[in-house]
Ligand binder design. Sequence first.
Ligand SMILES: [Zn+2]
Length: 263
Amino acid sequence: MLLGTAATGGFPRWNCACALCAAARDGKLPARTVECAAVTGNSRDWWLLNTSPDLRVQLAGTGALWPGPRPSPLRGVLLTDAEPDHLAGLGVLRTAPGLTVYAAPPVLTALTPARTALARYATWEWRDSTPQEGFVLSGGLVVTAHPVAAGPPGYLPARSGGGHWATAYRIEDLGTGGVLFYAPRLHSWTAELEELVADADGAVLDAAHCPTEPLESSAWREPRRVLTRLEDPDPLLDPASAARARLTEVGIEVLPDGTEFVL
Ligand SMILES: [Zn+2]
């Protein structure tokens, strides 16, 4: 489920008056909240991929994530990095007991002060997302984390440790065998990334760094490729733009917030 698909500031961007943002304010272009997604293997246990500053609105607008027999179907969060746009929603969730949050070791370390503060509200479990063999989520999803080239977040010194500050997730549904690859923040496109995407049934990728040619390594089978983190004023925000038409030709999708797809 794509909960949000915009880069920092959302779309329309709160502090921008460009033609695209003005059109979105007039309802002529689809508005987008900040990038965030949710996955499930059984329609009962849901896991968030990052937590955006718009999380409260995203949860309120998504019936599958409403409380039902249990207080919430949310079981936890998989963080791809320590960017503010991916952490902001943790504050929204802070009173929810029993969540499990996965992140790479440098991210877990950077979050130490936030974890101390959050622990005052509810007990959460924080786990390393990077064991070689991966990990299993309730609902029947098997996850492996894959480092992608990107530095530490802007609020830390540029030389903050080596380590992998950003990861992408490969998520396999044990029931269907379907594989999702989620990589909302990339720095460059690599052969390894291409292989991971080619091996998936669907991939959600950073709009700024996704190549728009057919994948060389998957000539026999094209996985669904969906772009996220669309950054104003990217012409792709306008469904009638020439840029969107070109993408559609090569089979790359730009989908509205709230789109659910099954793999
Ligand atoms: Zn704008």
